[in-house]
Design a protein around this ligand. Structure first.
Ligand SMILES: Cc1cc2nc3c(=O)[nH]c(=O)nc-3n(C[C@H](O)[C@H](O)[C@H](O)COP(=O)(O)O)c2cc1C
Length: 205
């Protein structure tokens, strides 16, 4: 049985355009994978705390020396990592906010990046441990930036997931959503169609 993890990061939760686009994909994936399991993590409904010195110190403290509070901080991060570890398909809704990824997604990423747990440094560069996953990113934005240097959000997502061992990524863009109605409708229509076709093409995962 395959498992899909849907990570929603829109401020507007299920009402966000990135969430709804990802929902189109997930609904079709469920239709074509009736035995598949879907886990939903909505970072607006259940935000991950910002990384601070207390949390980072808990991660860095050897297991046997952690206080009860530190153990609970690490257990929370471990649970997020375990959820991802058991996933075959990762679906991320990625709105562009002020030229960056949503801060909720940054906080989530900050709880996944654990040296020795999700990746390790070697002389020839880092090696990620969360391998064998297909990642689909549904990127929505008001303007049009795909393929330009202003699209640093997707570059960051790619680099970060690669650190953890996830290199099989695909980006589905819906752009120009805050331009005129025609541009928005056209962008959404094309992205929805692409999402459906993508879900139908994933026959072996
Ligand atoms: C706080 C905020 C900041 C935004 N910043 C940008 C931006 O820098 N560039 C852009 O093209 N669109 C920007 N937008 C527009 C969103 O990217 C666009 O509406 C997107 O579809 C939102 O996705 P969502 O509905 O899933 O949250 C911004 C929207 C909000 C709410």
């Amino acid at each position: 049985m395959k498992t899909l993890l849907q990570i929603s990061t829109s401020l507007f939760s299920s009402g966000g355009q990135s969430t709804q686009l990802a929902d189109t994909f997930v609904a079709e994936w469920q239709r074509t994978h009736p035995d598949g399991r879907v886990i939903r993590r909505d970072l607006s409904v259940n935000p991950v705390p910002h990384l601070d010195a207390e949390r980072l110190t808990a991660f860095m403290t050897p297991a046997g020396q952690r206080s009860a509070q530190q153990q609970s901080i690490v257990a929370y991060s471990d649970a997020l990592i375990d959820e991802l570890r058991q996933t075959d398909v990762v679906v991320i809704g990625l709105p562009l906010y002020n030229f960056g990824i949503p801060s909720s997604l940054q906080a989530y990423f900050d709880h996944l990046a654990r040296a020795g747990v999700t990746f390790k440094y070697t002389a020839s560069g880092p090696i990620g441990f969360l391998t064998g996953k297909r990642v689909l990113v549904f990127a929505t934005r008001g303007g049009k930036y795909a393929g330009t240097e202003k699209d640093s959000a997707t570059t960051q997502v790619r680099a970060f997931l690669s650190l953890l061992g996830m290199n099989d990524l695909e980006f589905i863009y819906a752009e120009g959503l805050n331009m005129d109605t025609e541009t928005r409708e056209q962008g959404l229509r094309a992205a929805r169609q692409q999402s459906l076709e993508l879900a139908q093409s994933l026959t072996n995962i």
